[in-house]
Write a protein that binds this ligand. Structure first.
Ligand SMILES: [Zn+2]
Ligand SMILES: [Zn+2]
Length: 438
């Protein structure tokens, strides 16, 4: 009896998603052509607000500068499931759809996430199914998942506009997740045009670094002996970092990578101010801290060699992703309906990072990867190959998962919440991040 009614609720929502499928893909395309970098997603969040207004939903906006949050029901019923959509693009100047001024492009597929989030909200409301579910559903458009423009974000921090450099970190701090019991989102899986999903993998966490090498300017030809070359210090530091790599263990998945954001002021002046932005990633907190201290040592060695100095700022990056197995299982069952068992990839560890890792330390969360995309993430060839998979089938799987969670007095959601053991409380999490700023 109960099984039949859940099936019926799902069929109603799938039908609505089919009816609005053109509209959903159109919104996704509109966002794809409006790429904006993190904490600057004003036009993208306007698109979200416009769509929420069409649905007659009250929303909070300006969360962590550009975030938007709406509840599908105007009640304080529990439990609350949040569907997240990331607003930001990534710098990828070579991408054919890159913004000519900023170089931002949706080369990580976040535009699809936002469209899916809206599809889920629209279909639950327009089918009327939301009224037959317990608890509540929240749509949350979240800023700044891509951890870029570190110097710019540090300036926002100094101005008191943000404290942390990632969007979900800020939303946790601001209390936007305080009323959320379960969080879910899906993410594009590059080089995977097939109709598949990848559930329940873990991912690296990281610490970020901003390093400034300070030398002494002098005429580069007439008097280089009067100068101290900060670019040479950075070059030596990079080599010293490479010399650490043999000490990183395979099982820790350590990744150290950086860019020089300022290499000097003029060719005929000995560089006196050279700046780097870096990530140090790893599977565990210990491996990240170990690699981080080695990188600090390497940075100092470059400065020491040329007689200059270096200022290192360690900035909290993201925590490793831990997906809730029980919530993953509900998602999996719904994915099998559309993709078959052969369409499910499970487990494993990934070297990338996401601020969903931070959320997953506090509340039960999932971040399944979805197929339908071709090319490489963050690269010029990244593209949507199968729009029906990327937008429509994914939205149906997410909506069906919500129905399983919240139908029948939300028994499934309540069980998942009761079984979940948070790695950190919000208070402990904020303390951990603040300790890392040094
Ligand atoms: Zn990305
Ligand atoms: Zn991404």
């Amino acid at each position: 009896m109960l099984v039949i009614s859940i099936k019926y609720l799902k069929e109603r929502v799938f039908k609505t998603i089919d009816e609005i499928s053109e509209e959903i893909m159109k919104i996704g395309e509109e966002i794809r052509r409006t790429p904006e970098l993190g904490f600057k997603e004003l036009r993208t969040s306007s698109i979200v607000k416009r769509e929420l207004e069409k649905l007659g939903l009250y929303y909070e906006n300006g969360l962590a500068l550009t975030g938007v949050k709406a509840r599908l029901k105007e009640t304080s019923e529990k439990p609350v499931v949040a569907v997240l959509g990331e607003l930001d693009a990534v710098p990828c100047t070579e991408h054919p759809l890159a913004d000519r001024k900023t170089g931002a492009a949706h080369a990580c597929g976040h535009n699809v996430q936002v469209a899916i989030m809206l599809a889920v909200g629209k279909s639950l409301l327009e089918s009327g199914v939301i009224n037959e579910l317990s608890g509540n559903v929240v749509l949350m458009a979240v800023p700044a998942e891509e951890y870029v423009e570190i110097e710019y974000r540090l300036k926002l921090r100094e101005e008191g506009k943000i404290e942390f450099l990632g969007g979900k970190q800020e939303l946790i701090r601001l209390g936007a997740f305080d009323d959320i019991d379960l969080a879910m989102m899906v993410h594009a899986w590059p080089r995977m045009p097939e109709r598949k999903v990848w559930i329940n993998c873990t991912s690296n966490g990281f610490i970020s670094k901003y390093a400034r090498f300070i030398g002494k300017a002098a005429h580069a030809a007439a008097a280089p002996h009067e100068g101290v070359n900060a670019l040479n210090a950075a070059a030596l530091a990079i080599l010293a970092i490479h010399a650490q790599r043999e000490t990183f263990r395979d099982e820790d998945y350590v990744r150290v990578h950086g860019i020089i954001t300022k290499g000097g002021d003029a060719v005929n002046v000995v560089p006196s101010d050279v700046r780097m932005e870096m990530y140090v990633r790893g599977k565990t907190y210990e491996s990240i801290e170990d690699a981080s201290s080695k990188v600090d040592r390497a940075l100092k060695s470059g400065a020491l060699a040329v007689g200059g100095s270096v200022e290192i700022r360690n900035i909290p990056g993201y925590l490793p992703l831990i997906q809730d197995e029980n919530l993953s299982a509900v998602f999996k069952n719904n994915a099998i309906r559309f993709l078959g068992k052969e369409g499910i990839v499970e487990g494993g560890h990934q070297a990338w990072s996401t601020d969903m890792g931070d959320v997953s330390h506090i509340i039960p969360s999932i971040h399944p990867l979805i197929g339908g995309f071709d090319g490489d993430a963050h690269a010029k060839n990244f593209d949507i190959k199968d729009p029906e998979m990327a937008y429509i089938i994914s939205a149906k799987i997410v909506a069906a998962t919500i129905i399983d969670l919240l139908a029948n007095n939300a028994n499934t959601a309540r069980q998942i919440i009761a079984t979940f053991k948070p790695k950190m409380t919000k208070e402990k999490y904020l303390k951990y991040l603040r300790k890392m700023f040094k």
